[in-house]
Ligand binder design. Structure first.
Ligand code: PLP
Length: 423
């Protein structure tokens, strides 16, 4: 890779496309033109992972073909190119979520690692016996287990904010549970199992009023709606690259600089230090203090490219498109005999979770697969949500920016076939 191409990739501002044209952008995802069991693929498993546009795949290949060097370590040209691209991607993530400074962006393996980092580096020193951590009943296991384990270790209590039948946090219960004992509130922004969009800004304001910090699991919101961490006011925000059209194995933890500054490292080793002697180590500046070892360099660069792609489309237009599909999909699915939606919150993102009278969710998933329709059947790593509704599993169709009403129509036809087979 020449320096000229490297600097082209550092081009600062992605231009917003004049229009959001779903038919045109579908051509950016060749996998959508493939077949499954002889049927055109209808990909409705975006909450599990999203497909990747060629610009993202090219970024991975470009890195290995022309930029491969370790970051932050070499004075040689290639190492500087790789470092520039890597840090540029961090700056892109900052812009995407409107963080104040790029040192508030820490690369992680994904949302799971980001949440574990907060539990370890903020939670462990700040929690003591009798303290409380508040989570909601609709959390993904990634935002339950780190807190559950930490509370057990520290003699602290994990409190759960109940949800109503529609799948909304009961705010009166949140108010009731919140107290000066609450040290951490950890909530999901958009539920992967129900699609609920939680009132995070209100939750943050209330939690801050009692001195608690707020950790937001943004794994399912960042790919589908504009994010402004400063407007939300949260202390931490976790994201997964592979759910936002980027590679697997890369994500970010946003943390307010004052919080990050005061925290202990998560892992230790190379790159996270300024100096080491056998007597004493001085840790590196933010964000490197939290990035021990050689990172997922090409993943970070390619995630930056994915975010460029999203910014060109405009997250406001992505959200509007998916909302229109959600409304259409809800109407269509409600017309399918014996189908019951699970998760009917007033504020919802593009998740259509449902059960059918006649067929088990796994059978539904299998029959849909025969129609080329990819959905998820199971507990969606949110078993307490399933327990709340007395279910073992649901079938979940989850929308992405490239889905269309025609995709929903194929889903509905396939569901009619489920009814025919099980009648
Ligand atoms: N939080 C939510 C709401 C999720 O949906 C997921 C993944 O499905 C995660 C966290 C964990 O993300 P990852 O497995 O990419 O770390």
């Amino acid at each position: 890779m020449s320096a000229a191409l490297a600097s082209r990739k550092l081009n600062p501002v992605p231009e917003r496309l004049p229009v959001f044209d779903v038919e045109a952008l579908r051509k950016d995802f060749p996998i959508l033109s493939t077949s499954v069991h002889g049927k055109p693929l209808i990909y409705l498993d975006n909450a599990a992972t999203t497909q990747k546009p060629p610009v993202v795949i090219d970024a991975l290949r470009d890195y290995y073909e022309g930029q491969n060097a370790n970051v932050h370590r070499g004075v040689h040209h290639l190492s500087q190119v790789a470092t520039d691209l890597y840090e540029h991607a961090r700056e892109r993530m900052r812009a995407f979520i409107n963080a104040a400074v790029s040192c508030e962006i820490v690369w992680t393996r994904g949302a799971t690692e980001a949440l574990n980092l907060v539990a370890h580096s903020y939670g462990r020193p700040h929690l003591g016996p009798g303290d409380e951590v508040l989570i909601s009943h609709m959390e993904h296991h990634s935002n339950i287990l780190p807190w559950q384990l930490l509370c057990e270790e520290k003699g602290a209590h994990l409190r759960v904010i109940p949800i109503n039948d529609q799948g909304e946090i009961i705010m009166e219960e949140f108010d009731r549970l919140l107290s000066e004992r609450t040290k951490i509130v950890a909530v999901v922004h958009v539920s992967n199992a129900l699609g609920t969009i939680n009132p995070v800004k209100e939750i943050v304001a209330k939690a801050h009023a009692v001195g608690a910090v707020v950790v937001v699991d943004g794994a399912q919101s960042a790919p589908h709606t504009p994010i402004d961490v400063r407007d939300l006011g949260c202390d931490f925000f976790a994201m997964s690259g592979h759910k936002m059209y980027g590679p697997t194995g890369i994500g970010i933890l946003y943390g307010r600089a004052d919080k990050f500054e005061s925290m202990i490292p998560y892992q230790s080793g190379g790159d996270m230090i300024l100096s080491v002697t056998f007597e004493k180590t001085v840790f590196n500046y933010l964000p490197h203090k939290f990035e021990a070892g050689t990172p997922h360099i090409e993943g970070a660069i390619a995630l930056g490219v994915a975010v460029d792609y999203l910014m060109r489309l405009g997250m406001d237009r992505v959200a509007a498109h998916e909302h229109e599909l959600l409304e259409y999909g809800t109407k269509v699915l409600q017309g399918v005999d014996g189908l019951r939606m699970v998760g009917t919150a007033r504020e919802k993102a593009g998740v259509l979770s449902f059960v059918m009278d006649k067929a088990h969710p796994h059978d539904v998933g299998q029959i849909l697969d025969e129609h080329g329709v990819a959905v998820r059947s199971g507990h969606h790593c949110a078993q307490p949500v399933m327990q709340r509704y007395g279910l073992a599993a649901t079938t979940r169709a989850s929308l992405g920016l490239y889905n269309t009403k025609a995709d929903i129509d194929v889903l509905a036809t396939a569901l009619e076939d489920v009814n025919r087979i099980f009648s």
